[in-house]
Design a protein around this ligand. Structure first.
Ligand code: NAG
Ligand code: NAG
Ligand code: NAG
Length: 265
């Protein structure tokens, strides 16, 4: 008992003296460029014991129409605690996100208006950045995304670049133009049954696409869930048909944890 107490006191003192050594998660903001030289700024979080000799699986987090925010950075922190190199991606550009909803809808609209070149290049720039990290196991990279980011994570799966798993939370489910080839990533999609932005008709069309592409997919609908159901407080942002739903949010995140563990750990 005394030995245990002495040990605990020593451990406390050591933490007080050398806090960074004991910090279990390392975090940093990083910058990189897309092929059009747009500067992108992502947020990395990973278990501190991660080296080229101890590579880890990675998960890319694609942000919603807001651009990358603390919501995405916190998801990265949560995934790092599960053992992943987690990367909150940036498809808008460093410092480009608007301070308000209409401004961000405009940026998103421009990217969706050029999905096959500009947005594709931005998505792939994030993928290439993570793939080049010397401590990432490049055979075990997955991605997740929210709303617009759901479209980004599904597009990354559609590009067949070697992604292992893609998870969409209330994502935009529109098919990628001009490509019906098979899909090699496993796909998990979470859909609000009362989402007026991505409707049940859109969901049905998505399932037709998934069957055509002969992929390994699973699709879950959440009762009474509107659009953006994982975003706390979104019902106060003046976007009709969007609301946080804690039950759908928790269940979809738990399902993602199991799915990513199966494919990546
Ligand atoms: C998309 O962007 C590329 C590169 O800037 C440009 O060449 C192309 O014309 C754009 N396409 C559309 C539909 O705007
Ligand atoms: C379509 O799929 C093929 C084969 O998986 C892939 O090589 C190609 O890059 C894709 N094309 C587009 C436009 O995504
Ligand atoms: C969702 O998960 C959080 C965190 O674990 C918990 O505090 C909350 O009670 C859960 N909410 C519901 C509705 O399950």
């Amino acid at each position: 008992m005394q030995i245990i107490l002495i040990f605990l006191v020593l451990a406390e003192l050591a933490q007080a003296t050398f806090p960074p050594f004991f910090n279990p998660i390392t975090e940093k903001l990083v910058e990189f460029k897309d092929p059009q030289n747009t500067v992108l700024q992502g947020f990395l979080a990973y278990p501190s014991f991660t080296t080229p000799l101890k590579k880890r699986p990675a998960v890319i987090i694609f942000h919603a129409f807001t651009g990358r925010t603390d919501f995405d950075n916190n998801k990265a922190r949560d995934l790092a605690k599960l053992g992943y190199v987690a990367f909150a991606a940036d498809t808008y550009g460093k410092g480009k996100a608007a301070p308000d909803v209409p401004g961000n809808f405009a940026i998103m609209g421009q990217l969706l208006g050029n999905r096959t070149t500009i947005l594709r290049n931005r998505i792939l720039a994030n993928w290439n950045y993570v793939k080049a990290l010397p401590y990432v196991d490049t055979n075990k990279i997955g991605s997740i995304g929210f709303c617009f980011g759901g479209l980004c994570t599904l597009d990354l799966a559609r590009f067949n670049v070697g992604l292992k798993a893609a998870v969409s939370f209330h994502g935009t489910l529109t098919d990628y133009p001009g490509n019906g080839t098979s899909i090699d990533a496993s796909v998990q999609a979470h859909h609000g049954d009362e989402d007026p932005h991505t409707t049940n008709a859109d969901a049905d069309a998505f399932l037709v696409e998934m069957r055509r592409r002969d992929g390994d997919w699973m699709f879950t609908r959440y009762a009474h869930a509107l659009h953006a159901f994982t975003l706390p407080g979104v019902e106060n942002w003046g976007i009709p048909g969007a609301a946080f739903n804690p039950i759908a949010s928790n269940r979809s995140w738990s399902a993602m944890e199991t799915f990513l563990a199966e494919k990546l750990l």
